[in-house]
Design a protein. Structure first.
Lengths: 288, 422
């Protein structure tokens, strides 16, 4: 645990202590301060796309097209934060819901120079319009290519799944989870979801690949996936590694204060030493 | 200069101000023929770009650019900002050489280099505004309501801003001389060393910072160009990118603004360029060794046999190693012509390198590749044209090229009579 995590934990702990007072309102978010997530069991998905419809309704997005061939690969878009694709694997077709993975240490949030991309206490990665300047560095940095930009708008937004964070604050579940008729999606504390996922793998070791996608990918994500087929066949990037993405720029950023404080005195010293005692004229010989 | 106040002169403040305003109005006017071929061509470019930008700001970026969800950054970032800032690196290198190391030989080109650097930042930062989805929020990371301190871009943005101020301070004595403000000039002069030191520090950080922007795009940039050493490679290459630009721009400026070049610079111009060639060559060999280390360290052999490998070798051999040898040879033989060719090749190499990371090799696996639209190229040309206009305006009025080192003989009025071109 490094210093930053420690501080974060302390902050979270003190925050939790405050929240747990009985004075806290009845409607306080039940998961405040705890990382929540969604477990996607792709073996259960029938491809009904109820999650797509629920997502659109909950977030004020246009109704998804009804006449869609699931086997044509779609990606999320500015008007659709969640899509279901039918992937051909060795064992036949598998339906996979895709949306923002909600990283525990999001690349987009660390890339954002205005804190418009922000990870809430519960773990939803949200976008705040009033702060965003539309530089799209979040899109460059996101290992999952999730943030989408409205190229056809004069006042464009970044569009992505926000895990229905406003619903979470009301104590509700994300719309997609609530409307999944096949129990393919499950919402809860991330640690508990991992237990459930492991239990399923242990219970049916032949059915599942022994890997929970999102447990370690990019330092861990709030969305977790179970699959009966290797994840690359489901269209997931498996070369992402387990390092949290902000770590990749950490060394560079650590060097900044060092350079800022050490280089100027060094330059001054060199320039003074070079001049020595000889009184050389300043730039342009000073005033004539 | 017409407005230098005579000590003890009791003319009223009003007439003084009036004279100052008349002087400014006089200076704002073009100094030469307006309908030159250059003016007509660049004028058309800028006028059409204004229409294109009106479309862009009313209908969104998608209306005139080929940017997509897969390619959020295109030519405007990859060339205008990332390549442009590398080209502007000459200012921090030259000020380092002159003010810190005391290489007085290069003093006569300090002003023109700093002016170029300053204008490059102003116009390329301007190009950045064109690319922002919500440019009116550009102030957010500055006014403190949203400090994204963990962002490399936050660092780069702040450094752009601070560095522009540092360069303005470095250049300001020339403005004071133009206005005839002797006391102000003296004060500004005293700030030069501080601004230089601050500017060099900022430059090392944001030149490398531009490379660090791609550290989180590690799975998107082609492995021949991605490495954790991108920041260092960007910093080292900005040295010879900047100096090559100084050579290139100096060669043109020296011819076009011949009437504005002072005697000191006139006498030492070739020798300065030969000296710069040698420094360029040195920095390029360091860069090549670094690239070789990165190549070995990154175990990139497997990629060499591909088309990308050939492209990579073309960049490093054709546009770094060969011009480096040309620079060395030019210094040995004293051939100014050779080093100018070398500078052009080097600049092409920098364009290739920056674009290979930001555009060409970015999402090299994508099914649909990004190719800039003609409008993106057009606007880029307009940014360059506008920058040249301002540069020309300043050079034709302020003591930029006729700065005589160590003497008070700058800006004698007789230079004004031979102004033309602009």
């Amino acid at each position: 645990m490094n210093r930053r995590d420690l501080l974060k934990t302390l902050g979270v702990a003190s925050g939790a202590a405050l929240v747990s007072r009985p004075a806290a309102g009845q409607h306080a978010a039940p998961y405040a301060g705890d990382t929540v997530g969604v477990l996607v069991d792709t073996t259960k998905c029938m491809g009904c796309r109820m999650c797509e419809v629920a997502c659109a309704q909950a977030n004020g997005l246009p109704e998804p097209e009804t006449d869609v061939d699931l086997s044509t690969l779609r990606s999320t878009s500015p008007t659709q934060w969640s899509v279901v694709n039918r992937m051909e694997t060795e064992r036949g077709p598998v339906n996979v819901k895709r949306q923002c993975m909600h990283c525990l240490q999001p690349a987009c949030a660390s890339a954002c120079l205005t804190n418009a991309m922000h990870r809430t206490g519960e773990g939803a990665v949200i976008w705040r319009e009033s702060k965003c300047m539309g530089c799209r560095f979040c899109m460059v940095s996101c290992p999952f290519d999730v943030p989408k930009f409205e190229y056809d708008s004069a006042n464009p937004k970044i569009q992505k799944c926000v895990m229905c964070w406003e619903r979470l604050e009301e104590g509700k579940q994300p719309a997609c989870v609530e409307n999944c008729p096949f129990g393919c999606l499950e919402f809860g504390r991330r640690s508990e979801l991992l237990d459930i996922a492991r239990a399923r793998i242990y219970a049916e070791p032949d059915k599942y690949v022994h890997h929970i996608y999102g447990e370690h990918e990019a330092g861990g994500t709030a969305f977790l996936y179970l699959s009966s087929d290797p994840f690359e066949q489901l269209g997931f990037r498996t070369d992402i590694g387990t390092t949290a993405y902000p770590v990749y720029t950490k060394e560079f950023l650590y060097a900044v204060p060092l350079v800022l404080t050490l280089v100027p005195p060094f330059l001054l010293a060199v320039s003074k030493a070079r001049r020595g005692d000889a009184e050389e004229p300043e730039e342009g010989g000073g005033e004539s | 200069m017409t407005t230098i106040p005579i000590a003890g002169h009791r003319a009223g403040l009003r007439s003084e101000v009036g004279r100052f305003v008349r002087f400014l109005l006089q200076e704002l006017k073009p100094k030469g023929k307006i309908l030159t071929p250059f003016n007509v061509v660049t004028g058309i470019i800028v006028a059409v770009a204004a229409v294109l930008l009106a479309i862009r700001f009313t209908r969104g970026l998608g209306a005139i650019t080929n940017l997509s969800q897969d390619y959020p950054w295109g030519l405007w970032i990859g060339f205008d900002v990332i390549t442009g800032v590398a080209f502007a690196g000459g200012a921090y290198v030259i000020t380092f050489m002159v003010y810190i190391l005391g290489m007085e030989k290069y003093h006569p080109i300090v002003r023109v280099t700093v002016l170029n650097g300053f204008l490059a930042y102003v116009f390329y930062a301007g190009a950045l505004l064109l690319d922002l989805g919500k440019p009116w929020n550009v102030i957010n990371p500055v006014i403190g309501n949203s400090f994204g301190v963990s962002s490399v871009l936050f660092l780069v943005a702040w450094h752009f801003m601070l560095y522009m101020m540092a360069e303005l301070v470095e250049f300001s004595p020339a403005v004071a001389e133009w206005l005839g403000w002797r006391r102000v000039r003296k004060v500004l002069m005293g700030m030069t060393l501080g601004a230089v030191i601050f500017g060099i520090t900022l430059s090392t950080l944001h030149q490398s910072g531009l490379g660090a922007l791609y550290l989180m795009a590690r799975d998107k940039v082609h492995p021949l160009w991605y490495s954790e050493f991108i920041p260092i490679l960007f910093l080292v290459s900005s040295v010879f990118a900047g100096l090559s630009m100084v050579i290139f721009e100096g060669s043109i400026t020296h011819r076009v603004f011949r009437h504005r070049v002072g005697p000191v610079l006139k006498a030492s111009h070739d020798s300065i360029q030969l000296g710069l060639a040698r420094i360029c060559a040195g920095a390029m060999f360091v860069y090549l060794v670094l690239q070789l280390l990165v190549f070995v360290h990154g175990q990139r052999w497997e990629h060499l046999g591909t088309g990308w490998g050939a492209w990579y070798l073309l960049e490093l051999v054709g546009f770094v190693a060969i011009p480096a040898f040309m620079f060395t040879e030019s210094h040995r033989s004293g051939s100014v012509r050779l080093l100018r060719y070398a500078a052009v090749l080097t600049l092409v190499g920098i364009v290739l390198n920056r674009l290979n990371i930001s555009v060409i090799g970015f999402k090299w696996y994508a099914a649909v590749r990004y190719v800039p639209s003609w409008q993106e190229i057009w606007v880029t040309l307009a940014v360059i044209s506008a920058e040249i206009w301002v540069f020309r305006w300043v050079v034709n009025r302020m003591p930029v090229l006729d700065f005589a080192l160590g003497h008070g003989t700058r800006s004698e009025p007789e230079h004004d009579s031979v102004r033309s071109v602009a």
